[in-house]
Design a protein around this ligand. Structure first.
Ligand code: HEM
Length: 235
């Protein structure tokens, strides 16, 4: 079992890193021949950096577009970020101060994450227009996140696992030494689903995370009247 999970994580990590690198290289090569920033847009690079920061941290354009999707979407992503920060304790020794401070909030973030996912999923059933355009993969991605969060919370509140042993296993993987993993069903399910998430990431809609940085409507300055725009391949 230890070797099976170690092999699972090494393969999933390899697919994630190689797949993501290939996708990002592909995005970086796509030509952007036209100036198409969504206006009103900043006129300088510094302004673009600020706009992108607001987009990534607050989902500004989604807020303008749809308040309900923004509420549930932002709740899910902010909670996910906190949960991931809290999880850094399994990969670091000594644990960083910021990770220690995040611990108590991280637990509630697990519930907030489920609430956000619940709202996003409900909308795919309840809003007719969204139900019509929802694909099987949209539902499966939500189900995967719900299952990861539910198995994590179940470990915390229903059937505990030996978190110290989980940490020893994870630190072992980072040092290429296979350590024993607790054989509790919940931890095995949680970790197997996380490995699945890592492996499908580079072929899924989750690519919107790196993709937002390559979106011409967001990353271009509105300076077409000041600077002649010539795309790299046209020079
Ligand atoms: C290899 C990576 C991971 C490991 C080793 C891991 C391990 C764990 C463990 C041991 C717990 C129980 C904590 C406790 O009993 O105090 C837990 C909880 C949880 N996990 Fe993970 N997990 C991993 C990745 C993830 C990912 C990627 C997500 C989200 C997509 C996630 C979501 C959660 C949630 C929501 C909880 C409950 C709240 C909390 O305790 O923070 N986990 N995880």
């Amino acid at each position: 079992m230890n070797y099976a999970f170690a092999a699972l994580f090494y393969s999933a990590a390899a697919i994630l890193v190689a797949g993501l690198a290939a996708k990002i290289a592909q995005y970086a090569r796509v030509p952007a021949p036209l100036k198409i920033p969504t206006t009103p847009a900043p006129m300088t690079r510094t302004g673009v950096v600020w706009r992108m920061l607001r987009e990534v941290a607050l989902f500004e354009s989604l807020y303008r577009a749809n308040k309900w999707i923004w509420l549930f979407g932002w709740l899910f992503h902010a909670a996910l970020a906190l949960v991931l920060v809290r999880h850094l304790r399994y990969f670091t020794e000594p644990v960083w101060d910021v990770v220690v401070i995040a611990q108590p909030f991280g637990v509630y973030a697990g519930f907030a994450m489920l609430a956000g996912l619940g709202g996003l999923w409900a909308r795919r059933f309840l809003v007719e227009r969204i139900r019509y355009i929802s694909t099987v993969s949209d539902h499966l991605m939500l189900a995967l996140f719900v299952a990861i969060a539910a198995s994590g919370l179940a470990m915390k509140y229903v059937a505990h696992t030996d978190v110290v042993a989980v940490k020893v296993f994870m630190l072992g993987l980072l040092a290429f030494e296979i350590q024993p993993l607790p054989a509790d069903p919940l931890v095995l399910v949680h970790l197997a689903l996380v490995a699945l998430l890592m492996a499908i990431f580079p072929a899924s809609k989750l690519l919107h995370a790196p993709g937002v940085f390559f979106s011409p409507t967001r990353n271009q300055a509105d300076d077409a009247r000041e600077v002649r725009h010539v795309t790299a391949w046209a020079k």
